[in-house]
Design a protein around this ligand. Structure first.
Ligand code: ADP
Ligand code: PMV
Ligand code: MG
Length: 329
């Protein structure tokens, strides 16, 4: 039996545009998905999944006698979860040079699902790490990241960046542009506050929507390029530890994401509540459509204001996670 965990992340800058080769800077936070993998005597894959926003379900597939999942939760969720776990197991088997092995997989996650905090990447990264160790192999975090990216790419219908998976595997703040993935040497000490509307967005669908807009309108393509410019300015502000400037750029980034159609009324309300409470800046994080915003505020004012904002289910402070994927005992 092997257990690994991997962290969630917020995007300081650059989600969506990173899918088209612009840079992005995500940052790992101290909320984790933990995955336990144990070999079975047969060839089935049996997944037990739980997280904050899920009542929990068990699904079993593969093997000779039972190839249909036996579950009690909505089909799209199960299909997506099966896609991620199936993909992760396939990558682990390939990495360990094995085939035809069945596993019991248990997922426990503190990361709200589909909320822009990268629950999918954390689950896949932790699952690949645990499954390869269960098979006697040991992969470097960079290799886990690369294999996890292939899974996200497949599940998101061929459109995904390496940002979420690299960040979750490596921890800290990272910069990703195409295949160029690096850890930022001095992870910034940022006063991150997160607001969550209790809702979820479908990453694959939202990415496809941006792609369609970009193909239809030249100015949408330019908007994507402008997000790249914001990220480049953001990197300089991060080097200077200039929280006010980082915040201004986050505000600008949110405006452009909103123009690309991936915000939501609740996300906009939370962003405005944060700004009015004195946050240095605020933006949605991840794919959007519902889920989380990220704001910067050293004081408690933003968190308190968010808690009283209609549409906000919960607000919390998030510490930077410098560890990335790790073995749990
Ligand atoms: N605890 C979990 N158990 C099983 N599957 C999970 C869990 N957390 C996330 N997932 C998978 O990840 C998907 C959400 O990923 P995505 O839409 O990319 O949003 P995000 O990565 O922002 O949370 C879920 O639909 C599910 O398939
Ligand atoms: C929209 C996107 O840039 C980030 C998606 O993040 P999340 O799955 O919503 O946490 C897609 C990607 O980079 O693969
Ligand atoms: Mg995701």
């Amino acid at each position: 039996m092997a257990t690994s965990s991997a962290p969630a992340k917020v995007y300081l800058f650059g989600e969506h545009a990173v899918v088209y080769g612009e840079p992005a800077v995500p940052c790992a936070i101290e909320r984790r998905a933990t995955v336990t993998v144990e070999q079975r005597a047969d060839t089935q894959i049996c997944v037990q999944a739980n997280d904050l926003t899920l009542d929990g379900f068990t699904v079993r597939w593969g093997g000779r006698t039972d190839s249909r999942p036996d579950v009690n939760v909505p089909t799209p969720l199960v299909e997506a979860a099966m896609g991620y776990i199936d993909g992760a197991i396939e990558q682990a088997l390939e990495a360990a040079g094995e085939s035809g092995v069945g596993f019991d997989v248990t997922v426990e996650s503190d990361i709200p699902l589909g909320a822009g905090l990268g629950s999918s990447a954390a689950v896949v990264v932790a699952c690949i790490d645990a499954a390869t160790r269960e098979l006697g192999a040991d992969l470097a975090p960079e290799t886990v990241a690369d294999r996890a990216y292939r899974v996200e790419h497949e599940v998101q219908d061929g459109e995904a960046s390496r940002a979420d998976t690299f960040c979750s595997a490596m921890g800290g703040a990272v910069r990703v542009q195409g295949e160029d993935c690096r850890r930022l040497p001095d992870a910034p000490e940022l006063p991150v506050v997160i607001g969550y509307d209790g809702d979820a967005g479908d990453t694959g669908e939202l990415v496809a929507g941006v792609r369609a807009l970009k193909e239809e309108y030249g100015f949408a393509a330019e908007t994507v390029e402008s997000i790249g410019d914001i990220v480049r300015s953001g990197e300089r502000a991060l080097e200077d530890d200039d929280v006010e400037e980082i915040g201004r750029l986050m505000d600008f980034n949110h405006g452009l994401l909103s123009a690309l159609g991936v915000s939501a009324r609740t996300l906009d309300s939370m962003v405005w509540a944060a700004r009015e409470a004195g946050a240095a800046g605020a933006k949605l994080t991840g794919a959007g459509g519902g889920g989380c915003i990220v704001a910067l505020d050293r004081s408690e004012r933003t968190r308190t204001a968010l808690e009283y904002t209609p549409g906000c289910e919960t607000a919390f402070r998030a510490e930077l996670d410098t560890k990335g994927v790790r073995r749990e005992t």
